[in-house]
Design a protein around this ligand. Structure first.
Ligand code: ATP
Ligand code: MG
Length: 442
């Protein structure tokens, strides 16, 4: 992509409304545009990152056996009357009437809709286990939307729903999502810690929030330092092996970890001073077992191996991709801007032409652009006539992992410079060497 043909509305000034660094940097880097209270458009740079985040989520959901669907945003109030939640949900739910004066709502979550699907088609235990997920916009009329896409009113959510014959099965489904989440966040360059969360009237211990440690987080959290060095399960993890998956969950739930609401002073005091991590955290995912909470009132049942009817046992599993984009920035930036982890970066390489219009610089840039893109790299080629200082500032701000700088003096010597955004390290290389560095054959 040539920068001259891209849409990157960079802001020079710090936007005054932005209280936290991710919000400030997303506005400054032209990733999002606020459209109303808690409502944002995703501009090209932001959309590229959001898509990469969603792709990782999809790959890991699929790996764990979940199936992607897509349910509507606008739902019928009648379904929510069946579950009993229409009156309970409160002011966060945006209620709408259609032209026939029917009560509708903009979905804040999808348990009712997905239970309706299962109720309609799933009749036997042989059709289970089943896990259906989608990545869809949600609306919640939050009391205090703030921090940009971190807490907005309209936001993207990946929500998965598992259905099983009994608690045993539901627990195995829960464990698969637990492990899938560990992999998902690690792949984005984040260290997420699963923390016991409130199960309310459902009871039991099957509810965890996945928390990223960051000073600007909204929750106060407590955990054992051991979490910071636990090994995240690899690609070969066998999601078909319930025992293997349960063992991973055991390892990851053994050390102490809790959010403020679940904090247990007695357990905390038992930890040595040096092992205690008390910090602020951002919730990026939440998994929850709810049993027959929806299947019972809505009549979603299957015939079991015993020939009897059983209400299916369910759980729900949320991740906030739009919040994650902000959380990644909170975890990875410096004074000059964003530092994207490779897996979610909007482009792999920023190719900077220091003197666009200079025949040699243009030629070398054109060659490198073709070589890098040919090697499968996404390249943002700054071919604009801005001054070098401005180009460097933009490149640092938008945070691509590598900058490849082509200037007239270097080109005369057959050399270019590469800079690693994270370490700041610079290296001068012959042009052919630079091509090889990024996977192109010389
Ligand atoms: P919170 O405690 O932050 O309000 P929640 O408990 O209401 O979140 P869930 O219902 O568990 O959230 O939703 C699943 C995921 O969706 C959350 O872990 C979070 O990543 C994301 N999410 C929830 N609310 C918002 C929001 N207002 N803006 C952006 N993302 C959100
Ligand atoms: Mg939650």
């Amino acid at each position: 992509m040539r920068l001259s043909q891209f849409f990157l509305p960079i802001l020079k000034e710090n936007p005054r409304e932005a209280e936290i660094v991710s919000h400030r940097l997303m506005l400054r880097a032209g990733m999002i545009r606020q459209q109303g209270q808690g409502s944002f458009s995703w501009l090209p740079l932001g959309k590229l990152v959001l898509d990469k985040v969603c792709r990782i989520i999809r790959e890991e959901q699929n790996r764990a056996g979940a199936l992607e669907i897509l349910m509507p945003t606008i739902q019928s109030a009648d379904l929510w009357r069946e579950s009993g939640r229409y009156d309970d949900y409160g002011k966060e739910m945006l209620r709408i009437k259609d032209r026939q004066d029917r009560d509708m709502l903009y979905g804040p979550t999808n348990e009712e809709v997905v239970t309706e699907i299962v109720r309609a088609y799933v009749k036997s235990y042989k059709d289970l286990p089943l896990n259906l997920y989608h990545i869809q916009w949600k609306f919640r009329d939050e009391v205090r939307p703030r921090f940009g896409v971190m807490r907005s009113r309209e936001f993207l959510m990946k929500d998965a729903y598992s259905f099983d014959l009994d608690f045993e099965g539901a627990k195995a489904a829960y464990n698969r999502m637990f492990v899938s989440y560990l992999r998902t966040f690690t792949r984005m360059g984040l260290q997420a810690i699963p923390m016991r969360a409130d199960t309310g009237p459902i009871g039991g211990d099957l509810s965890h929030e996945f928390i990223i440690l960051a000073d600007t987080g909204e929750s106060q959290v407590y955990c054992d330092r051991e979490y910071l060095s636990l090994q995240v399960p690899g690609e070969k993890t066998d999601f078909g092996n319930d025992g293997e998956i349960a063992d991973i969950v055991k390892t990851w739930t053994m050390p102490y970890a809790a959010t403020d609401e679940m904090h247990d002073e007695a357990a905390w005091d038992k930890l040595g001073e040096a092992d205690r991590v008390s910090a602020r955290g951002i919730e990026v995912g939440h998994i929850f077992h709810f049993g027959d909470k929806y299947s019972k009132p809505m009549g979603a049942k299957v015939t079991g191996p015993d020939g009897k009817d059983h209400f299916v046992s369910g759980g729900s599993y949320g991740i906030g991709p739009s919040r994650l984009v902000a959380a990644i920035i909170e975890a990875s930036h410096d004074d000059n801007g964003i530092i994207w982890p490779e897996a979610v970066t909007p482009f792999d390489i920023g190719l900077i032409n220091m003197k666009a219009g200079d025949a040699e610089c243009d030629r070398v840039c054109g060659e490198l652009y073709a070589a890098f893109t040919g090697a499968g790299k996404d390249v943002l080629y700054d071919d604009t006539d801005q001054r070098p200082g401005g180009k460097f500032a933009t490149a640092d701000l938008i945070g691509l992992p590598w900058q490849v700088v082509v200037g007239p003096r270097g080109v005369a010597a057959g050399e270019i410079e590469i800079k690693n955004r994270r370490t700041g390290e610079r290296e001068t290389l012959p042009v052919a060497e630079a091509r090889k560095r990024f996977g192109a054959t010389a």
